[in-house]
Design a protein around this ligand. Sequence first.
Ligand code: TYD
Length: 206
Amino acid sequence: MKGIFITFEGIDGCGKSTQCELLKEYLKDNGRDLIFVREPGGTVIGERIREILLDKKNTQMTARTELLLFEAARAQITDEVIRPALEEGKIVICDRFFDSSSAYQGMARGMGMDFVAGLNMAATGGLAPDVTFFFDISAEEALERRGKRGEASDRIELAGLKFQEDVRRGYLELAKESDGRVITIDATKEIDEIFEVIKDSLKGKI
Ligand code: TYD
């Protein structure tokens, strides 16, 4: 694949979307050809799946259904958007990708990280990010930030503090086992400082 695939991960309220935005602008200013997408969503079908997944009214949804819907949305965006862009040599920045399923559904929902890894492979046809930034922050601190932003909670965020702590544990495990693909970032640092770390980590890669 000619392009480069960069993903951003972390618990809800970790600040990754701000950094996604900064990287996007920085690369555009440098004349780089890139696309920016988010999961779940990023395609017409994926956005419809996203609505089902995040709808607070869907209290009956089982963990297995949730996992498979995330994977279905992922299969669609991988085939329709990400793979073609990489083949054209573009930089693809994705706000969440399969590590989210490993941490949220595999660890926090208790489906098993290995089990989810298999489904991740099935959904992406084996496509993996070149670099993943994991924004590490405690669940309490992230909750406080979300509170400050005054955002309405979606179905996943409603799962609570303990759930977010489990998600974080999942990410820490992924980072440990990723052979350097996952770069852990201290998300409690200042915005500018974090962005410097990101730029540094990408030197020589893009
Ligand atoms: P979103 O509003 O996009 O959250 P954020 O801005 O934090 O990325 O909502 C996506 C939610 O779905 C978020 O709580 C994380 C969760 N999620 C999973 O549980 N599994 C997944 O595979 C993905 C991609 C997201």
